[in-house]
Write a protein of this length. Structure first.
Length: 555
């Protein structure tokens, strides 16, 4: 039997209708805060509405057929939000592209989606990325320096605002979101107004979000999580948002916002931990936290230093967060609730809200309105109004991902406990067979490595080997330490982990990689998932070489 809960309210006003509500009822209330050269540019709902309606009018003036695909290639900014709503208002379909995307991905998505116009904002490799946009596609540059484009932002919106307030058909396509492509080319996930708006409206109830909340928008808007749980939720809850000016100003911008809701990813939580330990070594921290009077003071000081002293809800997604790290932060009064979802189901699947320390390691209970079941093969399968319509122009892949009775095949293996909490036990496609013919599930072993602060990234592999091996990237602090000391610590960690594993799972060795895995070097997807096939191919000779040492340093 599937696990299911009921949504509070199945009626769905679209995000556009909520936009009309806020521009009319709260025109002077601040909505978006964009830092520019260290100064905050605040847009009220009236300011926002004016830009949106001018954008919509400009899009209308181009004469594109209704439902044309309009691209957005930019880091998060106020103009991204304006563009997204304007595309809806003009009757077109948004196609966001990750700001970290390489030339091949940008060109592929542009051509596959038949993009008619591309908005371009701040990027890390602007010239290279913009050059990948097919020449026949006109471009509009957001109002930031050194962005080459056919037309500037100011010139594009120099037009009378679009006055009408149409209500879109719920079955109309709202957006095509291309998956980050851990294997092969990205797939275009087609979401209607019904699916994304239903997910956003119900997510507001899950998060208990209100107009008084303050939220950061810094995770990629081209990804479903930020798009639905942050951007679209802001229309249903009416909360205020802050953006980040750059990576260098991240801490300053968080301090300025003082978010009440803060969602992040494992890599950033690890960096937070490393930053804290760099100033306050673990032994000293343990001592301070063991003194009741001091514990509250030191915990508050740390949260204040991070800019999270007013945060009421901490979240994490995209990849598993090591249970040991969640427990570590919990001692500081930072209780991180994990959640799970996919591009294909609007990132609306399960959550550990409210936080429970006894359920650390679980991805939580199923969200209201979603059916979740475990198949005979152990796969998590979900069904609900938030599921995608299809993969764009790929009917065969669409048919493969849905069961005959309409459930989405997630590819995640899992189990459900007596309290209804779901745990992911691995990815079906990540399970590999060693040369001895034994199957190994890497995720649980990788989680054991990630519990140690000297390891920032890990990938367990070995389909061509008698025993699996672990590829690791050290944390920044560990990389600065004496190699002999780290070798000894990794050797001890390897022995401890092997002591918990069955014989066919025991790791033969640990290989320390000499460079971090990033989206820029194509080792990670834009959502920071490891591209295993690329990593294994690049390090094939290193993985398959014979060694006597248990810890190998790849130079």
């Amino acid at each position: 039997m599937p696990l299911t809960t009921h949504a509070k309210d199945m009626q769905i006003p679209t995000a556009l209708e909520l936009f009309y509500k806020w521009e009319k009822e709260t025109p002077t209330k601040p909505y978006l805060n964009q830092p520019v050269d260290g100064h905050i540019k605040t847009y009220t709902w009236s300011d926002f509405a004016d830009r949106v309606r001018r954008l919509a009018a400009a899009l209308k003036s181009k004469g594109f057929p209704e439902g044309s695909r309009i691209g957005v290639l930019s880091k998060n900014c106020a103009e991204w939000f304006m563009t997204d709503i304007a595309i809806m208002l003009a009757g077109h379909v948004s196609v966001p592209i990750f700001a970290t995307a390489g030339k091949d991905t940008i060109r592929y998505v542009s051509e596959h989606a038949d993009i008619q116009l591309m908005f371009v904002g701040k990027l890390d490799d602007t010239q290279t990325q913009v050059s990948a946009i097919p020449e026949h596609i006109p471009t509009v540059a957001y109002p930031y320096p050194d962005i080459p484009a056919s037309q500037s932002w100011d010139a594009f919106i120099d037009i009378e605002p679009y006055a009408e307030s149409p209500v879109p058909d719920l079955n109309a396509v709202a957006t095509i979101i291309y998956t980050s492509g851990s294997t092969g080319q990205p797939k275009g996930v087609v979401h209607t107004f019904s699916s994304i708006c239903w997910a956003a409206k119900n997510a507001v109830h899950v998060l208990e979000a209100t107009p008084d909340d303050r939220v950061m928008s810094y995770l990629p808007l081209a990804h479903i999580t930020e798009r639905v749980l942050i951007e679209l939720c802001s229309f249903y809850a009416g909360f205020e948002l802050w953006f980040v000016e750059s990576l260098d100003t991240f801490q300053r911008d968080v301090q300025t916002c003082r978010p009440t809701l803060f969602v992040s990813v494992p890599r950033l939580w690890t960096k937070f931990q490393m930053g804290i330990l760099a100033k306050l070594p673990q032994k000293k921290l343990n001592l301070l936290l063991s003194i009741p009077i001091v514990k509250g003071l030191i915990s508050k000081k740390i949260r204040t230093g991070l800019g999270l002293n007013e945060t009421r809800l901490f979240g994490s997604g995209s990849a598993p967060l090591p249970p040991a790290l969640i427990t570590w932060f919990h001692r500081l009064g930072i209780s991180i609730s994990e959640g799970w979802g996919m591009t294909e189901n609007c990132a609306y699947g399960t959550t550990c809200v409210p936080f429970r320390i006894d359920k650390v390691g679980a991805i939580g209970k199923v969200h209201p309105g979603v059916d979740l079941r475990i198949s005979d093969e152990g796969e998590i399968q979900v069904k609900g109004p938030c599921n995608m319509r299809e993969y764009y122009l790929e009917p065969e892949k669409t048919a493969e991902v849905f069961t005959d009775d309409g459930y989405l095949r997630t590819g995640d293996k899992g189990e459900i406990d007596a309290d209804g909490y779901v745990r992911i036990t691995g990815r079906l496609k990540d399970i590999f067979k060693t040369s001895k013919g034994k199957y190994v599930t890497p995720a649980p072993i990788e989680s054991k490595f990630m519990a140690n602060p000297i390891v920032e990234q890990v990938c367990v592999t070995g389909s061509s080997l008698p025993q699996p091996v672990a590829l690791v990237v050290l944390s920044e602090e560990a990389a600065k330490q004496d190699r002999g000391q780290i070798t000894a610590e990794l050797s001890e960690l390897l022995g401890a982990i092997n002591g918990t594993l069955e014989s066919h799972q025991k790791l033969d060795r640990v290989i320390v990689c000499d460079e971090p895995w990033t989206p820029e070097n194509n080792m990670l997807t834009p959502t920071l998932k490891v591209r295993r096939h690329i990593l294994e191919e690049k390090l094939k000779s290193t993985i398959e070489a014979r060694y006597t040492d248990k810890v190998i340093w790849k130079s």
